[in-house]
Structures are given as C-alpha cells and as structure tokens.
Design a protein around this ligand. Structure first.
Ligand code: NAD
Ligand code: UDP
Length: 313
C-alpha cells in the first residue's frame, strides 16, 4: 500500500484518479481549494478510511509524508482559468514549487499534469513532444499556457539540480463524468445544451479541431506513467489522436441525444488554437499505452452522467 497525495483531487480528472488509486489498495490524500472542484465528485469516497479530504490551496506550502504526488491543482477550463489570471499563474507556478519542494524533502515521486496548451496554436501537426510550441505570452490564454510551461521548466530543474524523481504528462482535451455542468468546456457545454433543448453554441465557424480523450484512458496513462522506470521523465503526450472539428462534435452530440437543439454561431475567443492532435508514438513506445475508448462510446457514457445529474437537480 502506497500513500499518495492528489492535488486538485476533487476536480473532474482528480476525482477519477482518487477512485482508481483507492481501488488499487492505496491510501489517498485529496487536496483541493474547491475553486472548480466539487465535494459531490468525492462524496462517495468519504466513508473509505483510507481516503482523506483536505481543503488547502497549493500556492501555500503543505507538509505531509507520502510516496507519490500527482499535481493536478489548476482550473482547466478557459472560462475559469481566465476568471483570475494572476491566481492561475500562482497556482501553476507556486503550486509546482511547493509540490516539488515537498517531493525533494520527503523523496517522493511527483507527476505534473501538464497540457497540450504548451504547444499553443500549433504550427506543427500532429504535435510531438519535441515541438516547442507557438504560444502568445501576453494573450488571454497565456496565464494558463505560460504557467504550465514554467511548471514544466521547474519540474526539469528540480530533477536535474536536485535529483527529484519527476514525471510530466501533456494531457490533450479530456471529457467524461464529473465535469462540472457549468464548466464551460466544449463537451460539457454541448451535452448540457442538447439535453436541455437549448441552442448549441459553436464558437467561430466550428472548423477548429480538437482530439477528445475519454477520462478512463487518461487515468490509465497517468498510472502507467507514474509506474514506469524513473529514467523516463517525459514530457509525454497523453491523448486520443481521433481529431474532429467542433461542428462535427456538435452534430454528434445532437444525434446521440436525439435533441431538437439548433446550432448557433458565436464569436471565436482570442487565441483559440485552430487545430490540435497528439502524436502518441512516445506513449506507445515507453508506456505501452494507447486510448481504447472511441468518441462515440465516451460521449454515450458522458451523456448518461449529465442526464442523471440534470434529473436530480
Ligand atoms: P478541474 O478544474 O475539474 O480540476 C482542477 C481542480 O484543481 C479543481 O478541483 C480545483 O478546485 C482545484 N484547484 C484549482 N486551483 C487550486 C489551488 N490553488 N489549490 C488547490 N486546488 C486547486 O480540471 P481537470 O480537467 O480535472 O484538470 C485537472 C488537471 O489536468 C489540471 O491541472 C489541468 O490543467 C490538467 N489538464 C486537464 C485537461 C482536460 O482536458 N481535462 C487537459 C490538459 C490538462
Ligand atoms: N467551444 C465552442 N463552444 C463552446 C465551448 C467551446 O465552440 O460552448 C470551442 C472553443 O472555442 C474551442 C473548442 O471548442 O475551439 C474547445 O474548447 P474548450 O474550452 O473545451 O477547450 P480548449 O480550447 O482549451 O481546447
């Protein structure tokens, strides 16, 4: 049995990770400031004596004895990370420093949930880990993109300078149950709009692309990365290479739900990346990992979740 700290553990991805780690017989400490996370995501775990929920902000130091740290604390939806951009930078940068400092002191292994946003609006397609990216340092998305890039720098520096055992994964757009219904990201927005019969809000012409990964595939990739040998630090892309336009996604959601919702077009937010698709050759080679769940299958599971949630509210 390992003792494991998950920062951002009450969020969408973090709550699935806590569940998985507990299921494997570990002791889990879930740390969250509940900015975008919700107690309802972890309420079913509270009876488990090996689960602890701690309200704490990662910009402040946190001391605990653990074997492994998964650092997920950071809002991931553009709407939420742009709400207080200075706080977003602090969360990424000071959160990374605090978790790396902790890992150094207690000799824990630490995994950083980085992002495809480090590639910005990419000029290389699909994106390989060797691509340095095309990021606007002063745009609306830069608090998140640059914050995550500095976090990667810090992880490499602590590894090289202090021998901290690190793991960096670059996560591509992930969706599934436990997303907040008002999260603002495209999959949850479209599903909630279609279930309510509201207009589906496509930003721009809807010809921008994303590659959508179901959350279970991500959790498998995270666990494999943490378990692999210490000499593989990453960064490694974890995403589903299936690439779709946003308009295709809207049409899929409408069809799967059988909704009467109409598609409406709204302005494209600034610096919105035009295309995004992971090259996952490195994950295949080093982790023997690849996603298993198609967009259609994953959407059906996610629709079931939101349908139930809306019925309860
Ligand atoms: P989320 O917003 O659902 O979860 C983030 C969690 O972090 C929330 O519970 C939130 O309350 C918590 N948090 C935020 N700031 C905090 C702080 N200062 N101190 C403590 N807790 C704080 O987002 P998610 O989709 O679950 O993303 C989890 C991680 O994965 C994030 O680091 C995100 O950048 C990364 N990621 C996610 C995706 C994706 O598509 N879901 C893609 C790339 C990277
Ligand atoms: N998007 C959209 N309608 C929405 C929400 C998002 O058309 O209601 C678009 C958004 O402009 C972007 C894509 O969907 O091009 C993915 O947006 P999301 O916020 O989910 O993630 P990110 O842009 O960070 O990949």
């Amino acid at each position: 049995m390992k003792r494991i700290l998950v920062t951002g553990g009450a969020g969408f991805v973090g709550s699935h990770l806590c569940e998985r780690l507990l299921g494997e017989g570990n002791e889990v400490i879930c740390l969250d400031n509940f900015f975008t996370g919700q107690k309802r995501n972890v309420v079913h775990l509270l009876d488990n004596p090996f689960f602890e929920l701690v309200r704490h902000d990662v910009i402040n130091p946190f001391v605990v004895e653990v074997d492994e740290i998964y650092n997920l604390a950071c809002p991931a939806s553009p709407v939420h990370y742009q709400y207080n951009p200075i706080k977003t930078v602090k969360t990424s940068v000071m959160g990374a420093i605090n978790m790396l400092g902790l890992a150094k002191r207690i000799r824990a292994k630490v995994l950083q949930a980085s992002t495809s946003e480090v590639y910005g609006d990419p000029k290389v397609h699909p994106q390989t880990e060797s691509y340095w990216g095309h990021v606007n340092p002063i745009g609306t998305r830069s608090c998140y993109d640059e914050g995550k890039r500095v976090a990667e720098t810090l992880f490499m520096n602590y590894h090289q300078q202090n021998g901290v055992r690190i793991k960096i994964i670059r996560i591509f757009n992930t969706y599934g149950p436990h997303m907040h219904p008002n999260d603002g990201r495209v999959v949850s927005n479209f599903i909630v709009q279609a279930l309510k019969g509201n207009n589906i809000t496509v930003y721009g012409k809807g010809d921008q692309t994303r590659s959508f990964q179901y959350v279970d595939d991500l959790i498998n990739g995270m666990a494999k990365m943490m378990a692999t040998s210490d000499d593989f630090t990453g960064p490694v892309n974890i995403g589903n290479p299936g690439e779709f336009t946003i308009l295709e996604l809207a049409q899929k959601v409408i069809t799967l739900i059988g909704s009467k919702s109409k598609i409406v077009y709204e302005p494209l937010p600034s610096d919105d990346p035009l295309q995004r698709q992971p090259d996952i050759s490195l994950a295949r080679e080093k982790l023997n990992w690849e996603p298993k769940i198609s967009l259609d299958k994953g959407l059906v599971k996610t629709i079931e979740y939101f349908d139930q949630l809306l019925k309860e509210s």
